[in-house]
Ligand binder design. Structure first.
Ligand code: AMP
Length: 249
């Protein structure tokens, strides 16, 4: 779906088109999207990608694609469907391979990666070599909101476009606006798996953000309960400003 249509589908009055139009950065950035499952990383990542033309690299999407295609990587990561993390080495190699592609040179949006400190230690030297400045974008959401949100989450079984029946509904119930594909829920969004995913987030992923903050990586804090349009405007205006790169990598 083209950016203008998706934006107008969202909440036109809340998208600051001037901010989107004037978006520019002085350095290529690696936007690291952080937030508890259900905080809206995928939706924001896709919208941000449309606005910046930087690729949106979601490790969850890449892993699910491998699983649906039955590759060896997919077979090794089937545990993610029941809430387990994929192995660091496997995720690191998927991302490293993807980041070698030429479209990553001007900037990237990483969604769900790095999720562990081990992954962080592999990613940072890659960013340094590519001269991409990391910016941590944290989507803050109260845990009580998570269950409600995930029950409302669905995506197109054909093209993967994400919807939320509360914040980002399709025009026709159960059908994708883009390709008319069937909308389905995610296997790992089931209530019984959610606690496991939240626990992984708190024990394994939260330390990544703490580490990056302590290493002077720029942090953009966002309130995930805002609409996607407002979040997009906020993030673009915050990362448009002069970027700085530190000695940390
Ligand atoms: P997501 O689409 O980001 O919610 O990811 C879905 C699931 O894929 C997660 O709950 C994890 O089980 C797995 N996954 C995604 N990214 C990673 C990663 N960087 N490291 C390990 N497992 C991951």
């Amino acid at each position: 779906m083209d950016a203008a249509r998706r934006h107008s589908l969202v909440v036109p009055s809340q998208l600051n088109t001037a901010v989107v139009a004037s978006f520019t950065t002085s350095k290529p950035l690696a936007v690291l999207l952080y937030g508890i499952p259900g905080s809206g990383k995928g939706t924001l990542g896709r919208m941000l990608s449309q606005a910046t033309a930087w690729p949106h690299i979601s490790t969850g999407d890449l892993l699910r694609k491998h699983i649906s295609e039955g590759t060896a990587t997919g077979q090794a990561s089937e545990g993610i469907l029941s809430g387990a993390f994929a192995a660091d080495t496997l995720v690191n190699s998927i991302v490293a391979l993807r980041m070698r592609e030429v479209d990553c040179r001007r900037g990237v949006i990483l969604d769900g990666y790095p999720r562990t400190l081990e992954q962080t230690m592999v990613l940072l030297p890659i960013l340094r070599r590519m001269n991409l400045e990391p910016v941590l974008v944290r989507l803050n959401l109260d845990y009580t909101e998570v269950r409600v949100r995930l029950q409302a989450r669905c995506h197109c079984a054909v093209c993967g476009t994400i919807y939320n029946l509360i914040h980002l509904p399709p025009r026709l119930t159960g059908r994708c606006d883009d390709c008319d594909g069937r909308l389905i829920g995610r296997e790992d969004d089931q209530a019984d798996l959610l606690s496991k995913r939240i626990e992984h987030y708190l024990t394994r992923t939260a330390p990544v953000a703490q580490f990056l903050e302590a290493s002077s990586v720029r942090v953009v804090e966002l309130n995930a309960t805002e609409t996607p349009a407002r979040l997009l405007t906020a993030i673009l205006s915050r990362i448009t400003t002069e970027n700085r790169i530190e000695e940390l990598l």
